[in-house]
Ligand binder design. Structure first.
Ligand SMILES: [Fe+2]
Length: 485
């Protein structure tokens, strides 16, 4: 059924009416269109993982509607100037996207003022049959002969060390305050194998211009280092039906813009938002979608996936934290549903966003397996069950809970490090039975660090070796004022 569109968030009608012109103090201008025109050249090029990352590489890009058939090429990144002579061509899959039409289950919204909203084509390929731990060069094409530059990227190793970057919410001021963070992360860990974005990549999930800014901020980094994406609440838009009911829909840009694994056993609405990636024999990443009200389907899936995983390190990522750090925030339902599963399978690390603060805590070994744990003395004082992190990479900041994580004491978790009013990025490295975690502020200074050592029997010992700077708070940092967007 087609309905005229009234939108409470997302593509607001105010954004579509282009007058009067009003300049904001940070240089934004209401006359700027809320979308970015596509052309017959490829843009928004992003590498992702959709399969075994040792032997495959997925890439997605965008053009205007004039490009309905195109391709990508891949070659070994040899030092020879004409390495491209050995390139293989792969035809792209092409999907049409109409930003003026948003389809939900059993209904279709049309933006009432749809003049000028772009109709685009999103293309993707998956390069198969690659060699592990090998440097490749690839490029993507728009219209005939309109090629991107060659991007170099390395496939996953079968053994040896792995480094990756983890970023909390980017979300706001993507064209002003976030670029420095992803670029400093790249400078700190240029050999990162992938970048994990823990949700709220943008603020209004269906506002095309915000995605344009997200892609521009990362630029060639998005093409060189594959992304693993988690959906946050801001990747969903609230739409008001004419009967005043509200529906939440995943941004229509998510699936066309990224190519993530489809878990065919899950409901279609979870596809490309709930998936696992066995990055290497030593590492498996499990991605959840905590925007779904009823988490029971994902809980069953996670339990089975973790039971079947023999990866040495298991990392779970989701947007809404198990233990909240933003003042007045809590997610008791997902905690009740997911925490017992994380503990039952002794998940090593949980990477989250949402609270626009920094928090890192430990759940000690000795927490009851498979049950909501009660506080008990850890059998081994340095023994660890699971480490939890909430972080933020963008410029929107919230105050930390006044009592820290005291209210989670019955769960047995301790808060080891916190931070406010600071943009962060994290670099995580796995090597020889050790997981090294480091959080950096946007200036590249070390803010937090720990080392987890795993024994052959699976037990983990925690060590903190770095001298850390004083904890950053709203009191000892420059005054915070929310930026205009
Ligand atoms: Fe957020």
């Amino acid at each position: 059924m087609r309905r005229s569109l009234a939108i409470s968030l997302g593509l607001t009608l105010a954004n579509l009416s282009l007058s009067p012109v009003h300049a904001h103090p940070d240089g934004h201008n209401d006359a700027v269109l809320p979308w970015q025109e596509a052309t017959s050249w490829p843009d928004r090029i992003v590498a992702t993982i959709d399969g075994d990352p040792a032997t495959t590489l997925a890439v997605t890009w965008r053009t205007d509607r004039s490009v309905s058939e195109t391709s990508a090429q891949i070659a070994l990144a040899r030092p020879d100037a004409r390495f491209d002579r050995e390139a293989l061509s792969v035809p792209a899959q092409t999907e049409a996207l109409d930003l003026s039409v948003i389809k939900g289950k059993g209904f279709t919204f049309e933006v009432s003022d749809n003049t000028g909203l772009p109709k685009t084509h999103h293309h993707s390929v998956r390069f198969d049959g690659l060699e592990p731990d090998t440097l490749y060069a690839y490029r993507v094409q728009g219209a005939d002969g309109m090629w991107s530059e060659w991007f170099q990227t390395r496939t996953a190793p079968r053994d040896g060390p792995i480094r990756f970057i983890y970023l909390g919410d980017a979300q706001n001021n993507l064209d002003s305050h976030w670029p420095r963070v992803i670029r400093e992360a790249f400078r700190t860990a240029p050999d990162a194998r992938f970048i994990l974005h823990a949700g709220d990549l943008v603020n209004r999930g269906s506002r095309d211009l915000e995605w344009a800014n997200w892609f521009k901020a990362g630029g060639f980094i998005h093409g060189m280092i594959p992304a693993i994406g988690v959906t946050g609440n801001h990747e969903y838009d609230d739409f008001e039906l004419s009967n005043e009911e509200e529906v939440e829909l995943l941004s229509i840009l998510w699936r066309p813009q990224f190519r993530f694994p489809v878990e065919t056993g899950l409901s279609p609405e979870l596809h490309e938002t709930v998936y696992s990636i066995r990055y290497a024999p030593d590492l498996e990443i499990f991605v959840l979608n905590t925007n779904i009200e009823d988490m029971s389907e994902q809980a069953v899936w996670l339990d089975a996936k973790l039971a079947a995983s023999d990866a040495r390190w298991r990392v779970v990522t989701m947007h809404h934290p198990i233990f909240s750090s933003g003042r007045g925030r809590d997610n008791p339902e997902s905690r009740a549903r997911l925490l017992p599963i994380l503990l039952k399978h002794e998940v090593d690390l949980v990477l989250q966003g949402h609270d626009h603060t920094y928090a890192r805590g430990t759940l000690p070994a000795g927490a009851a397996r498979g049950q909501t744990p009660v506080r008990q003395a850890a059998t081994n004082k340095a023994g660890v069950m699971t480490m939890f992190v909430n972080s933020v990479s963008g410029a929107k900041m919230y105050p930390f809970n006044k009592d820290g994580w005291d209210r989670y004491a019955p769960n047995g978790v301790t808060l080891d490090r916190k931070g406010e009013n600071t943009q962060f990025f994290q670099v995580i490295e796995l090597e020889d039975g050790q997981l090294h975690y480091a959080a950096y502020s946007a200036d590249g200074a070390l803010y937090d660090e720990f080392r987890l050592e795993k024994s052959a029997d699976g037990s983990k010992a925690l060590a903190n070796t770095a001298t850390l700077p004083p904890e950053r708070t709203f009191e000892n940092t420059l005054p915070y004022e929310k930026l205009e967007e």
